[in-house]
Design a protein around this ligand. Structure first.
Ligand code: DQA
Length: 151
């Protein structure tokens, strides 16, 4: 089951950037831990600071992968184009934010992408990605089949 984690702008600096808000671990290091925790998932990671590259990646995997965890960084609060890209694909997208955006500046309280996402995980630090994977890991074909039969 292929799952892609996408991190947007400035998230390449995790572990270096504003440690009091985003912690002191690099995502690359944390990603290795995630792969060990979820051996049944085929996990991939992509990061870009460029809006169009994030959109291209969403298009590329959005009809074949089973799930996308997306931390769109500040584009969350500005990008109608990203919201449209999520609406255009079939793969469910889970919005993740490391910090509790609702406890921060008001401009972070609005997300253009939330309404097109399956759900949102906010404020649990890097564990937000783990929580998203726990959800996707439970969406195994057998379980989905069972749910459809009883729907
Ligand atoms: C963030 C929150 C955004 O407001 C901010 O611009 C980021 C990171 C988070 O993970 O908490 O870059 O998405």
């Amino acid at each position: 089951m292929k799952i892609l984690i996408i991190n947007g702008p400035n998230l390449n600096l995790l572990g270096v950037r504003e440690k009091s808000v985003y912690g002191s671990r690099s995502f690359e290091h944390y990603f290795e831990e995630l792969k060990t925790s979820f051996p049944d998932l085929e996990l991939e990671y992509y990061q870009s600071n460029i809006e169009g590259e994030l959109i291209n990646k969403i298009h590329e995997v959005g009809f074949t992968y089973k799930g996308i965890l997306l931390n769109a960084g500040a584009y969350t609060h500005t990008s109608i184009a990203l919201a449209d890209a999520i609406a255009a694909i079939e793969t469910p997208v889970i919005e993740v934010h490391i910090s509790n955006v609702y406890a921060r500046e008001e401009f972070r309280h609005h997300s253009y992408i939330s309404k097109n996402c399956k759900g949102c995980i906010v404020g649990f630090g890097l564990d937000g990605y783990r929580l998203g994977l726990m959800y996707l890991n439970n969406l195994k074909p057998k379980k989905l089949g069972f749910e459809f039969k009883n729907a």
